[in-house]
Unconditional design. Structure first.
Length: 335
């Protein structure tokens, strides 16, 4: 088999893996798909390394999980060659990166890797809006330099597929996110439970607990101050919950003025302690808007997961305790 046949064979192998990944039943995590697409791009242009960067415009951050083998890398969207390419909406090629003012050499310093050439290609959705970027590093063979016209032509196939996959990923993420508070919604909760929390319950040595919480007398907030202020209170509470949520845990807007926090490797006593800690923070921090300062409190119902009950059954138990907290005076935790 000559080198051309080997090249095509490798592309076909990656394409076959892509097809299988996209056709796999129940696959909602796009990370493996992006890894295959990154490999495809690297092979198409003959690069030593490649990475696909996702642009999170809400947080103004860029992140990748396939850049250098060092794990997830997150950078502000105004920095680096990727940030520059996306801000300008143009392909960037540098064959002398260490003398380029936008190149960040920190990863090279940590890993000892030597970057000799880089090509960054912005990726757009079907509306022509840039949503991410391909980055290929160190051209193999020849003079070791990238050519913007030739290499972008080769990379365009993977870029188009990656753009469609990322757009799908964004749509999925948006369907799982509450637009007002930016927390995950009920659909996001059930998706996370199936993918992450259910695995905790499979291990008899691990515990899973949750609390469901409710803003006290929230209807009177809307009636007194208006729905716009009510929305600000919801965002204020969501922010406090998110700030006090560990990376391993999750916080969700369950609906209306109700929120859920699920805690991994946590028994009911520890979950109740966290709920009471948050209760005190909320009581001590009024929501300040341009027009009003709104004092508000929350009530909490806590439970530790019973593996013999369904998700809904466990939430129902926590909800009953929340009802008791409301009925017994509000601004309290029942566990």
């Amino acid at each position: 088999m000559n080198s051309s046949d080997q090249y095509l064979s490798y592309i076909f192998d990656v394409s076959e893996q892509l097809y299988k990944q996209m056709s796999a039943e129940g696959k909602t995590d796009h990370s493996a798909l992006f890894n295959h697409l990154t490999t495809l791009g690297r092979v198409l242009v003959g690069a030593d390394r490649a990475s696909f960067w996702k642009w999170d415009k809400d947080s103004h951050m860029l992140w990748t999980t396939a850049a250098t083998g060092t794990g997830t890398i997150t950078i502000p969207d105004t920095t680096g060659l990727v940030g520059k390419a996306l801000q300008d909406g143009e392909v960037i090629v540098t064959n002398d990166p260490y003398n380029n003012p936008y190149f960040n050499a920190e990863v090279d310093k940590k890993t000892g890797y030597v970057t000799k050439s880089i090509l960054v290609m912005p990726i757009a959705n079907i509306n022509g809006e840039f949503i991410g970027a391909y980055q290929v590093i160190n051209k193999l063979g020849g003079d070791g330099k990238f050519n913007a016209e030739e290499d972008c032509r080769k990379l365009s196939l993977a870029a188009v597929i990656c753009g469609l996959a990322l757009e799908s990923d964004v749509f999925l993420e948006e369907s799982h996110t509450d637009k007002l508070t930016k927390l995950k919604n009920r659909m996001g909760f059930f998706n996370d439970f199936a993918r992450k929390y259910s695995k905790v319950l499979e291990d008899p040595s691990r515990k899973l607990s949750l609390f469901i919480s409710d803003i006290d007398k929230f209807k009177s907030v809307n009636d007194t101050y208006g729905h716009n202020t009510g929305d600000e209170v919801l965002k204020h509470v969501a922010g406090i919950l998110q700030q006090n949520c560990r990376y391993s845990d999750g916080v969700y807007r369950w609906g209306g003025e109700e929120f859920i926090m699920i805690m991994v490797d946590t028994d009911m006593a520890a979950c109740a302690a966290k709920a009471d800690e948050i209760r005190k923070i909320i009581e001590a921090n009024d929501c300040v808007t341009e027009e009003y300062t709104v004092h508000h409190t929350m009530s909490f119902g806590v439970t530790q997961f019973d593996k013999n009950l369904s998700i809904e059954g466990n939430i129902s138990i926590a909800d009953e305790k929340l009802y008791k907290a409301k009925e017994s005076g509000r601004n309290r935790v029942i566990s």
